[in-house]
Design a binder for this molecule. Structure first.
Ligand SMILES: Nc1nc2c(c(=O)[nH]1)N=C([C@H](O)[C@H](O)COP(=O)(O)OP(=O)(O)OP(=O)(O)O)CN2
Ligand code: ZN
Length: 132
């Protein structure tokens, strides 16, 4: 199966918390990550599909425009806890990658293609993945 992958990076801040928990309960659940801190996230988006008449699955330039517009430009230098999608969810790599996958999979640019995988690295050695 043929696929293409594009990688993106953004810097963002968050703290891990449940809104229905007290500070003490969040500290007990999430430890040091209950305190506000930042990451340089790496996002990898993989798309599969047939080649078009230009010899491409999807132009990398178009993929970049889409992912930047829908995700990266909103997340870069943001406080992730303030974004509406995480109003009632802990800002874990798992919840983030699920939201990113759902959001991108709705894009009309992927019509006739398969959004195969979205992977989000929170640190160079910790990541979460959604695979179609
Ligand atoms: N399953 C998950 N576990 C943790 C998440 C997560 O999103 N999903 N997030 C965190 C924190 O955000 C924390 O910032 C990262 O924790 P940790 O990997 O322990 O942080 P380090 O700086 O020590 O990372 P290294 O991988 O050792 O560089 C915690 N857990
Ligand atoms: Zn963190």
């Amino acid at each position: 199966m043929l696929s293409i992958t594009k990688e993106f990076r953004f810097d963002a801040a968050h703290r891990l918390c449940r809104h229905d928990f007290s500070e003490e309960e969040n500290k007990a659940l999430y430890g040091k990550c209950a305190a506000f801190h930042g990451h340089t996230y790496t996002l990898r988006v993989t798309v599969a599909g047939p080649l078009d008449e230009s010899g491409m699955i999807l132009n990398f330039t178009e993929l970049k425009r889409l992912v930047k517009e829908r995700i990266v430009d909103r997340y870069d230098h943001a406080n992730l806890n303030e974004l509406p999608e995480y109003e009632n969810l802990p800002v874990t790599a798992e919840n983030m990658v699920l939201y990113i996958f759902k959001t991108l999979s709705r894009a009309s640019e992927f019509e006739g293609l398969t959004l195969k995988e979205v992977r989000l690295y929170e640190t160079p050695d910790s990541w979460a993945t959604v695979t179609a």
